[in-house]
Write a protein that binds this ligand. Structure first.
Ligand SMILES: Nc1ncnc2c1ncn2[C@@H]1O[C@H](COP(=O)(O)OP(=O)(O)OP(=O)(O)O)[C@@H](O)[C@H]1O
Ligand SMILES: [Mg+2]
Length: 669
């Protein structure tokens, strides 16, 4: 409920005061009277008034003086002066000094009431306006704060596309000061290749108030890099939402386009994640494909290798076809290298996992490489007691070889390769290496002083089939397979490169507590035997060539084309069969299942696993369950003959990750 407006009447004539009080009191006002200036000031300083009616002529204090005091100290009080008959001048004076109105004596009572009412209404409006203004200011402040602290770029453009407002986010996103942009056309910050798209988007705004959701645009980022030099031109990808502004709120004929306002959101992080996801999916799809091809291809190579070996068996080197067959074996070897690369990025394609010494591997492989490349000097700086890593030695060797070859190719005039190993413990504070779980790792670095790479190349080097080398020189599989192999070993591979300076590849491999096992020494002979071997493979060709090879080695051969047949036959002949050569990937009952079933029938049955390809570390799994060994297809007679003897004679299990090995004491880095 509103309280009645309070009025102070100041007149030195008490009668006048009284009659005015009666009159205005009837109108519902709350009235006080004073007959002197001092009395009036006394009242005003204790109570608040809305309006003062002042007689300008008073004995103790001039009405002018009183009015000045009120105006200065109590500006919220509206003053109406009452002047004498002739003193128009003083009325004008009072109005100039801030009086709201004046009345000349004698005045009609209606006139008085009207003027007072006017003044009170005016006061009410003024105070309401002040409240509204206060609210507006608050809301404006709030929006200003929100707009300037938003991570998005919020802007308005005029009808010509020039900035009329832009939020502070441009500063850290684009390296521009917001005030610098005002008056400039929006095209000033659009990436050249997106100008047309941006213009289309902007021009569309003229034709209607359709808010266009999600146009993607690239904006130019200006600024300097840490060295003070101007950095390479960069861009920021944003999602833009904008709406046209018109001079009338309701769409109708003849509305005038006055500009646009909009929000641009930085979506580069989303882009990066999407690209990463896509890359991962691509790698997975290619991995599946590569695995399938490698499997079939290895079987084919196995057939060719097998028959070539058979023909060479017992053939004298002087015979006319001997050299040709040797050449075929070399081509097979090239084919094997290719499938090895493919297997690198096949899902989980690692087989023969054993604790190895990374230093030993690095030294051996680099020595071998260095011997053939005299123009390269290899420097080694190795951790004195490098931790053991559990790895497929052949595959890690392949990764290193790929890196050496790349380094060599990057230094056409010769140069230096620096090799390094270091034990590192990754904890939560070890930042900067994406995807490394806390734990102990061996860091292996391969650095060259070659041509280096630019940013664009760097982003693609791990893609399968990406190569900058001449046709026929590079297949683009080297680093893709390196990447896949290291990921399969739960490690990471990183690269740093500078054009004209050189490149460093860094690998982190998880350290193991297990001690390195002595590698069995290889004898050069083909070893024969009289035992009975059960050959299990779904491939007709492998059965044929395998049977012939085993027979040539002196063995009795029983062959079956599926896991189920193997189990059925083994149930009847378990005492006859001395060992089983088991293929891992077969339709229906696979190698793993067959293995378990055979072990169920005869727990000490000797089994050698063979495969051209294994998914998700299945081979390692089966080996861990007590399988006696693994041989990778295509295998040659010699390698097979030696594996067979080792297992049958009981000196085998050299491939099985043993659980009884002594623990390698972890030393601190
Ligand atoms: N050490 C390096 N210095 C400079 N550029 C390199 C280096 N290593 C790799 N690259 C670049 O990365 C690309 C991809 O390398 P990757 O090993 O995957 O394929 P490739 O060497 O071209 O072919 P492949 O290894 O199959 O014979 C190379 O073509 C080259 O442009
Ligand atoms: Mg390469």
């Amino acid at each position: 409920m509103q309280t009645a407006p309070k009025i102070l009447i100041v007149d030195d004539e008490p009668r006048m005061c009284e009659s005015l009080r009666l009159l205005l009191g009837k109108q519902g006002y709350d009235i006080q009277t004073a007959t002197s200036g001092n009395e009036a000031l006394g009242l005003i300083s204790h109570e608040s008034f809305d309006l003062a009616l002042l007689d300008l002529v008073m004995p103790d204090m001039d009405g002018h003086q009183l009015m000045d005091r009120i105006n200065n100290s109590f500006p919220e009080i509206i003053v109406i002066v009452i002047t004498g008959h002739a003193s128009l001048d003083s009325a004008v004076w009072a109005l100039r000094r801030g009086a709201y109105d004046y009345l000349r004596k004698p005045f009609e009572y209606e006139e008085l009431i009207k003027r007072v009412q006017n003044a009170i209404n005016q006061k009410r409006l003024t105070s309401e306006k002040a409240v509204i203004n206060g609210k507006l200011e608050l809301s404006e402040k709030r929006y200003r704060y929100l707009v300037h602290n938003s991570p998005d770029i919020i802007y308005t453009l005029d009808d010509k596309g020039r900035f009329t407002f832009v939020s502070d986010a441009v500063e850290h996103l684009l390296g521009l000061k917001a005030p610098e942009l005002i008056g400039k056309p929006y095209t000033a910050i659009i990436h050249d290749e997106d100008l047309e798209k941006a213009r289309y988007h902007f021009d569309e705004r003229r034709t209607g108030a359709r808010a266009n959701a999600g146009t993607e645009l690239r904006l130019k980022v200006t600024g300097e890099d840490g060295t003070g030099k101007s950095a390479e031109p960069k861009h920021l990808t944003v999602e833009l939402k904008s709406t046209g502004m018109y001079d009338r709120p309701v769409p109708q004929n003849g509305v005038r386009f006055v500009g646009t306002h909009g929000v641009a959101r930085d979506i580069s992080e989303r882009y990066r994640l999407e690209a990463q996801l896509q890359q991962a999916k691509k790698m997975e799809a290619i991995g599946t494909l590569a695995g399938g091809i490698a499997h079939d291809f290895n079987n084919l190579l196995m057939g060719i290798q097998g028959y070539t070996s058979l023909m060479l068996l017992g053939m004298d080197a002087s015979e006319p076809h001997h050299q040709k067959l040797k050449n075929i074996e070399e081509y097979i070897q090239s084919g094997v290298e290719l499938t090895k690369q493919l297997l690198g990025f096949a899902r989980g394609g690692k087989y023969d996992v054993k604790p190895i010494n990374p230093n030993e591997l690095l030294v051996k492989s680099s020595q071998m490489f260095g011997r053939t490349k005299k123009e390269i000097t290899i420097h080694r700086q190795l951790e004195t007691e490098a931790w053991t890593v559990e790895a497929d030695k052949g595959q890690i060797e392949q990764v290193l070889l790929n890196l050496y070859v790349n380094a060599w190719q990057a230094m056409p005039g010769g140069g230096d390769i620096y090799l390094e190993t270091e034990n590192v413990t990754v904890d939560d504070s070890y930042v900067g290496h994406v995807g490394l779980e806390p734990g102990r790792y061996v860091r292996v670095a391969v650095r060259d002083t070659g041509v280096g790479m630019d940013e664009k190349t760097l982003q693609r080097i791990f893609e399968p089939f990406f190569s900058t080398k001449k046709m026929g020189r590079g297949s683009g599989l080297g680093l893709a397979s390196a990447y896949g192999i290291i990921r399969n070993h739960n490690g990471i591979i990183e690269v740093r490169s500078q054009k004209g300076i050189g490149t460093t590849f860094t690998i982190f491999l998880p350290a193991s507590d297990r001690a390195v096992e002595k590698a069995p020494s290889e004898s050069g002979e083909v070893l024969m035997g009289p035992e009975t071997i059960l050959l299990v493979d779904d491939e007709e060709m492998i059965i044929n060539v395998g049977t012939e090879i085993l027979k040539a080695l002196g063995y009795n051969v029983l062959s079956v084309r599926s896991g189920k047949e193997a189990v059925d036959l083994f149930r009847n002949k378990k005492d006859e069969v001395d060992m089983v050569l088991l293929d891992m990937i077969m339709p229906g009952m696979g190698g793993g299942e067959t293995f378990d079933a055979l072990k169920g029938i005869k727990p000490d049955v000797k089994i050698l696993l063979s495969s051209g390809y294994s998914i998700d570390g299945e081979a390692s799994e089966i080996l861990k369950r007590g399988c006696d060994g693994f041989i990778q297809k295509p295998f040659n007679i010699k390698a097979l003959s030696q594996k067979l003897r080792k297992i049958i004679d009981g000196s085998g299990v050299e491939d099985r990750p043993s659980d009884s090995v002594t623990a390698h004491p972890p030393s601190s880095p």
